[in-house]
Design a protein around this ligand. Sequence first.
Ligand SMILES: O=P(O)(O)OC[C@H]1O[C@](O)(CO)[C@@H](O)[C@@H]1O
Length: 544
Amino acid sequence: MTSKSNALATLKSHFESDAPKDMRAAFSNDPKRFEKNSARFDDLLFDWSKCAVNDQTLNLLEDLALEKDVAAKRDAMFSGEHINTTEDRAVLHTALRNRTNLPVTEDGEDVMHGVNAVLDQMGSFCEGVRSGEIKTANGKNFTDIVNIGIGGSDLGPAMAVLALAPYHDGPRCHFVSNIDGAHIADTLKNVQLETTLFIVASKTFTTIETMTNAQTARQAVVDALGEEAVPSHFCAVSTALDKVAEFGIEADRIFGFWDWVGGRYSLWGAIGLPIMMAIGAKRFGKFLDGAHAMDKHFKEAPTRDNLPMMLGLIGYYHRAVCDYSTRAVIPYDQRLSRLPAYLQQLDMESNGKSTTLDSQSTSGPSGPIVWGEPGTNGQHAFFQLLHQGTDIIPVEFIVAATAHEKGMDVHHELLLANCFAQSEALMKGRSLEEAHKQLTDKGMGKAEADRLAPHKVFSGNRPSITLVYEKLTPFALGRLIALYEHRVFVEAQLYGINAFDQWGVELGKELATALLPVVQTGEGTGKLDSSTAALVNYIRSYSG
Ligand SMILES: O=P(O)(O)OC[C@H]1O[C@](O)(CO)[C@@H](O)[C@@H]1O
């Protein structure tokens, strides 16, 4: 094993000298390259063979994982240790999907009693609403659900409800997050208040966006249906049960969770209420089963076969060793179109840090910028830069082997062909000679081919990984999200940071609170920097 201080340096010099430079050659020299550089967990295949790694790279990465004690830290997380050291909290979102029901203890107490009680409460409520047993204030069935939340109280459920559209047989679901009044106003225009249930989702129940939108929705209900309709049309999800009660929501309509569930890891419990409303309690159970299966795999599989470990190690390699500052996540699945936004919070709010666990500055980079859009749409937008731009951006392709749509095979065949072709093109590229020959073969004169060919060169050797699963079922989605959660965890251990706090969101919130009266009255601009003062004065010149 590499000595402690040298692991990263060794990896860096390996990257410079011994790692594959020519991926076409790497494939043609080793017929087993795919077998050696891929892993499967049931129907979920992870192919990293198009990344510039070889056996030695993987050995060094495995050494690094050992050196950083990733396995021990993983076990500490699952066993309820307070690994979120800056907030002195356990990190137990995995207990929300602990389908074995074996005890999970946090500070000596088995959390599974509470977890199961909330899950049962969610099940009864959702099935009541879905069946029509639970009625509106006027005795009608609910047709629409509006989830009011932001960040982790919005992105996960919104992403999952869209992803699982083929299983959606409950009320229509809408999501309001932005403080911009346009969001709630446009949503309220699209629903009948008389048959709409609002879910106010906020871990802290203090988030200004959510509280403001909730008050606006409440007022709309009061105006349309009367104060007495509020208890029938509102429910809440929070860890701050006292604050929810102050808002006027009935105790049996409050769904709790705990401070050991981070906001961006919370869709497995009460924050998942809209998902359960949409697809029902049974299928929500399958979603949890999928995540639980990934938890078990993460805990038990040896590193080389362990999908979260390998995804984390490859991700770290690209960021910290190769110095690629972003990664693109491209689901070839329209229903996963909110996955990149969801992963942005999961990954960047977790690993976008520059202070280590022992309160020192990180010595190198930490988490990358995560971005993406679904394929094939992205191909007609930013793929130009992925193929020929000056930055190398590792791409993560995500695709299902089979589609839900019947009688539309050609769509899925084209989707798959495009997905695989993109990773092939990124890896293979096209040399100057090949570009030149293509042009002259078409009858172009040499001088014109000399001029045009350089524009048609693709450097190739651009890394991508591909994740393929049979079909986007609730189980497969749960498993995929848990894979990404654990990948973020693995990378955090390699960077030596705490993935579970988010102090970086605080300063902007504090300054917004201080600026609100200045924006409202125009008084106090003298204490601001000249840019902020001028911006305030400018907008005030337009207000009545
Ligand atoms: O659920 P809450 O407490 O309203 O917080 C919403 C989001 O705000 C954040 O705290 C960031 O501002 C996220 O971590 C969280 O998911």
